[in-house]
Structures are given as structure tokens and as C-alpha cells.
Design a protein around this ligand. Structure first.
Ligand code: MN
Length: 404
């Protein structure tokens, strides 16, 4: 038996006209959703996602049931956004913790995440981040381009790489959580984490402060720190915890019914082939699978390089993989001559990007950085005289303050 107690809090903050966050907590599910979209459509997206997710999960409290519930939530928001012109382009983040039955008579906590709302675990006064933000700056931190400190103040820190309801298919991170009785879990929107640092969160959310008071003090502390965005928290405390038999850590793509991801269909077909034709064809399928994996790897990412005097976007690996050569996707209008020396050197050795959008965004950013560096001669001089790897960070900070 796994049991928790919970407290929730949500607040419009001091700047935003409406509260586009949605929160929910009950005996087996806790959710924070941070909606986005014009004309208060963000409010619709987050509320609709929660209203669809919760009953769908309660109808089947397994991990598969959780995936189907997220799928239903994505489909509901996506469909409404397509049907209602006022809701076009709306979407929402989703961070949820669910108590899922694992088929061995155990009920274990499972986190599912899309976007940049977060889940933290609190034990002995220490705070541990359980979720990974799906944002451009988080990708850059993982690629080593930014430090976490730089990411926290980066002008593009709000730009998400995954949002629920924007596409017919959404990728969801699922993670089992190893909890102990007494552990607390904090689910929150970025309106909390952008105002308060990790130490502050840990202090406010930890025992001996009772759960309700802790949730309320987190919200009011974020308001006092500026309240620039909607602030939402769900604080859970475990009274009893089953041990997970088979912890899960995976990313699944969810699609509306009838549009299952291709990988799953292919696996089913392969099983039929095995039964009817036998091992020879299976070997063929395995070989095809290996080629498919190489193909996927070869074209999974993008990079920027200079070509004919402009920044150009390629799909693939710069040196190719097997016989899969990189594809030239498009030329930007940004001249390579209009780049800071440090960026020209980076471009010469190619700059990897996780997606086409990220590649285009970064090309624009490089060009913008050059204009900023030219508008401030003093800064440009300092920048170029800084030695080695510190050059990039100095310049990034300059751009951030220039924009802010
Ligand atoms: Mn927010």
C-alpha cells in the first residue's frame, strides 16, 4: 500500500491578468499544468488537460492507463485547438505524479512530464529535481553550451521543446520514483521556480512545517519575490510506500487512438512474420532494424555550418554515418561575416542542434549577438580579450542583459 497526504496552492501572481495554471490532487493523482496561448486560451488548455487526464487515469490506474490518460488529454486539447479559432495554438505543460499499480500487487509513484513544470523530491531537508525540463536552454545545458546558472537567466529560458496539445502526438517522460515514508514531493509551475532558488524551496517545503502551511508559504514567498507569473504547487507527503518491482524510466510517444506510433505497429507485424515465415525473415528484420537505427541516428539531429557565406542548416551528423550523408536543409539569410569571432570559430567546426527549430533559433541568436556586440564597442573588446572557454559565458551574459 502506498499512501500520501497532499496540499495544493495556486495564485495568479502580481503581474499576469489571469491564472492559466491548473492544479489537482487526490488519493492517487497529483497534477500541475501551466497553460499557454492567446486570449486566455492557456487557461482552457491547462483546465482541459487536467479535466481529461484525471478521470481517464482513475478508469485504469496502471502505467499503461497513465499513458492512455495523457494521450486522451493531448487529444482533447489538440482537437479543441484545431476546431475553435480562439484556441488555435494553445497548449500546456503537464507534470503529474500518479500512484500506479505495477501488476505485482504493488502501487508505486510514477511521474509523467511534458514541458517545464517540475517535480522535486524532499528528503532530510535536501531537494532533488526528479523531472527534466523540455526547454531549449535545458537542451543547451545538456550539450554543454550553457551552465545551469546561465540557463536560469537566459532570455530564451521560457521556450519549450515539448508542449501538450500542440501536436497530434506528444512525447512524455515516465519515471518511477523511489520514495520512503516521510518523503515530500513538490510539483510546481515555473512561476515558483523562477522566483525562488533551490535552497529557498527546500527550506519552505520541508518538515516540520505542516503540509498545508508549507504549500501556502511557497506561494506567498514567490509572490513576495515578484510574482511575475502564475504560481502553482502541489505538495505531497508519503505515509506508506510499496517498493517498485520494476522501476520504469522511459519516454513514450502518445497519439490519438488509431494513430499509434509507427514503432509499435512494426513490432506487432514482426511477431506475425516470425510465426508464419520463420527465423530467416526474422534475421532480415533484425538487419533492417539495425539499418533503421543507424538511419535514425544519422538524421536525428541538425547542425549549423557556414556555406557560400551564409549560415546553413544541415540535418545529420557532420561527418556522416555509414552511407548516410548529411542533408542540406536550408540556407539562412545570416552572413557568416556578421558573427562574432568566437561564433565564427564555432561555426567552422559546426554547431549541433537537437531540432530544426532549435537550429534556426540559434542562427538568429548568433546574428543578434553580433549586432549587440557591435552596438557596444567596449563590451566587444572585453569579450575578445577573455581567454578560452570563458569567452562564451561572458558574451551570453552580455546578450541577456542587453535583451532584458
Ligand atoms: Mn508559467
Amino acid at each position: 500500500m502506498t499512501r500520501w497526504r497532499f496540499a495544493v496552492g495556486t495564485d495568479r501572481g502580481l503581474v499576469r491578468a489571469t491564472n492559466e495554471d491548473a492544479v489537482h490532487a487526490d488519493a492517487t493523482m497529483a497534477v500541475v499544468a501551466d497553460g499557454m496561448g492567446g486570449h486566455a486560451a492557456g487557461e482552457v488548455a491547462s483546465a482541459m488537460a487536467v479535466a481529461t487526464l484525471v478521470p481517464a487515469f482513475h478508469a485504469d490506474e496502471s502505467v499503461d492507463g497513465l499513458v492512455r490518460a495523457v494521450q486522451a488529454a493531448n487529444a482533447a486539447v489538440h482537437t479543441d485547438a484545431r476546431v475553435d479559432p480562439d484556441h488555435a495554438g494553445m497548449g500546456t505543460t503537464l507534470i503529474a505524479m500518479a500512484l500506479t499499480a505495477d501488476g505485482n500487487g504493488r502501487v508505486v509513484p510514477t511521474i509523467c512530464n511534458v514541458g517545464d513544470s517540475r517535480a522535486y523530491q524532499l528528503r532530510d531537508g535536501a531537494l532533488r529535481l526528479l523531472s527534466r525540463d523540455h526547454s531549449v536552454v535545458e537542451e543547451w545545458v545538456r550539450m554543454g553550451r550553457l551552465t545551469p546558472e546561465e540557463a536560469a537567466v537566459h532570455p530564451r529560458r521560457h521556450q519549450l521543446t515539448r508542449v501538450l496539445g500542440v501536436g497530434a502526438v506528444v512525447e512524455v517522460d515516465l519515471d518511477s520514483v523511489a520514495a520512503q515514508p516521510g518523503d515530500r514531493i513538490l510539483l510546481c509551475s515555473d512561476g515558483l521556480t523562477n522566483e525562488l532558488d533551490a535552497d529557498r524551496l527546500a527550506t519552505l517545503a520541508s518538515p516540520p512545517m505542516p503540509l498545508e502551511d508549507a504549500a501556502a508559504s511557497l506561494v506567498s514567498a514567490a509572490r513576495e519575490a515578484g510574482g511575475h507569473d502564475n504560481i502553482s504547487v502541489v505538495l505531497l507527503e508519503f505515509d506508506e510506500v510499496d517498493e517498485a518491482a520494476h522501476p520504469i524510466h522511459r519516454t513514450v510517444a502518445t497519439a490519438p487512438e488509431g494513430q499509434q506510433p509507427r514503432a509499435r505497429r512494426r513490432r506487432r507485424m514482426r511477431r506475425v512474420t516470425w510465426r508464419s515465415v520463420g527465423a530467416v525473415l526474422l534475421l532480415g528484420a533484425v538487419a533492417a532494424g539495425v539499418v533503421a537505427v543507424f538511419h535514425w541516428y544519422a538524421y536525428a539531429s541538425y547542425y549549423l555550418a557556414g556555406d557560400r557565406g551564409v549560415i546553413t542548416v544541415y540535418q545529420g551528423q557532420p561527418s556522416g554515418v555509414l552511407w548516410f550523408h548529411p542533408r542540406r536543409i536550408l540556407e539562412t539569410t545570416y552572413p557568416t561575416a556578421h558573427l562574432r569571432p568566437v561564433d565564427q570559430r564555432a561555426l567552422a567546426s559546426t554547431i549541433a542542434e537537437p531540432s530544426l527549430d532549435a537550429a534556426l533559433n540559434y542562427a538568429a541568436y548568433l546574428n543578434h549577438a553580433w549586432h549587440l556586440s557591435r552596438s557596444s564597442v567596449a563590451t566587444a573588446t572585453t569579450t575578445t580579450t577573455v581567454v578560452g572557454s570563458t569567452t562564451t559565458s561572458t558574451t551570453t551574459t552580455t546578450v541577456a542583459s542587453g535583451k532584458g
